[in-house]
Design a protein around this ligand. Structure first.
Ligand SMILES: *Cc1c(COP(=O)(O)O)cnc(C)c1O
Length: 397
């Protein structure tokens, strides 16, 4: 029987049974509106409060610093628009970010540029990391906000968030991190990280889709993305998604309760993946070998197209991705790989495999059998590979 391995956990994860079980009563039994004064409403309000406390505890925040949103993108939008608004009040309209952020960040920044803000996108070093020194050098007297992702979603590299946060604190600049790929996968402590705002999304750690949260340090006045009622301390209108929020809290508790053990387990799976895939000739691991989240790897294979690779891997029983799920349907090379300085020809042929604590060693073996087979098969048909092999064009890897 063909084994099918889901190795695309950076795109989204399966809902955990514990989270599902926690959510169930809130669909049909405890269905009150948390703003209502009657007892069904109050039961919903209690669940909301408990979930807020659990999510806060998982990142060492106070429950009053957690604002539930409709996912990671919304949290990113709200954080960046907040930084921009606070800056504008003081005449500061410069924002620093990186060239390899998620589109929820990049497109929000592009919108602000049209409104007269100036955005500096720091280039990323070839190992997929920006440094605190890079950030310090880019800060100006009119810098309103620094927004830099914790873990890159395509290549898995970890940014030195605590050091960057320290630089921002020292210079009095607001600091946001998109931690959507970090929460539930590596330790996240908002105090140790020196962050003012931090985004997360439940579906990246086995919670439900369409729910996330923005951490905003006490005293950071959020601006609304969605106007409405007084929900979320008046900062996010709309009747709360109680089942989703309860599911998020259950999932974050589950993901963080054995984090050290899980990280060691997933790191071992990843190391096996890297060792196996590195044996494929003319392949390249993208991003730093060490400074990365346990479960995500990204490889380039010279001479092949990412799309073909994904379709054939699916046939062979492996769900993978070529970088960001939002762009893998397009033929554009990944903006992340281009930001690392990779040439277009190579940035086209990338493969992201993202495993987590739900994957097994047998599944890694299956991946390590399927990928070399598909790479060989596609190279045998590839005119580009033929030219490389005949020496008509030089190998780049
Ligand atoms: C998935 C992801 C997002 C978007 O989160 P949604 O919940 O899908 O809106 C933002 N940033 C990063 C780094 C992500 O991986």
């Amino acid at each position: 029987m063909l084994m099918y391995v889901y190795a695309d956990n950076a795109a989204t994860t399966a809902l955990s049974p514990r989270a599902l079980e926690a959510m169930m009563p809130y669909f049909s039994q405890v269905y009150g509106n948390a703003s209502s004064l009657h007892s069904p409403g109050q039961r919903a309000a209690e669940a909301l409060q408990k979930a807020r406390e659990d999510v806060a505890a998982a990142i060492n925040a106070d429950f009053k610093e957690i604002y539930f949103t409709g996912g990671g993108s919304e949290a990113d939008n709200q954080a960046i628009l907040t930084g921009a608004a606070i800056g504008a009040r003081k005449g500061k309209k410069h924002i620093i970010s990186t060239a390899f952020e998620h589109h929820a960040v990049l497109h929000t920044l592009a919108k602000l540029e049209k409104e007269g803000y100036e955005v500096t996108l720091l280039p990323v070093h070839e190992n997929g990391v920006v440094t605190a020194q890079d950030v310090a050098a880019a800060i100006r007297p009119d810098t309103a906000l620094v927004t830099i992702m914790f873990v890159n979603n395509e290549i898995g590299t970890i940014q030195p968030i605590a050091q960057i946060g320290a630089v921002c604190r020292e210079k009095g600049v607001l600091f946001h991190t998109d931690a959507v790929q970090a929460v539930g996968h590596v330790p996240v402590d908002v105090k140790a990280l020196n962050v003012d705002m931090l985004s997360m999304a439940a579906h990246k750690f086995h919670g439900p889709k369409g729910v996330g949260a923005l951490y905003a340090r006490k005293g950071v006045p959020l601006v609304n993305v969605i106007e409405g009622g007084q929900q979320e301390r008046g900062k996010r209108g709309g009747t709360e998604n109680i089942p989703g929020i309860v599911g998020m809290a259950a999932a974050i508790k589950e993901a963080t309760e054995n984090l050290d053990e899980d990280m060691a387990y997933v790191t071992a799976l990843r190391e096996k993946l890297i060792e196996g895939l590195s044996k494929i000739p003319h392949s390249r691991l993208n991003g730093d070998r060490q400074q990365r989240v346990p479960g995500t790897v990204n490889f380039c294979f010279e001479g092949i197209e990412g799309e073909g690779l994904l379709l054939w891997l699916d046939q062979k029983g492996v769900a993978a991705s070529s970088g960001s799920a939002c762009t893998s349907g397009s033929l554009d090379p990944s903006h992340v790989l281009l930001a690392l300085g990779l040439p277009h020809e190579i940035a086209h042929g990338s493969l992201r495999l993202s495993v987590d604590r739900w994957n097994t060693e047998e599944e890694i073996d299956h991946i390590l059998q399927a990928v070399p087979e598909v790479v060989d098969y596609l190279r045998a048909m590839s005119p580009v590979w033929d030219e490389l092999e005949r020496g008509v064009t030089p190998h780049l890897i």
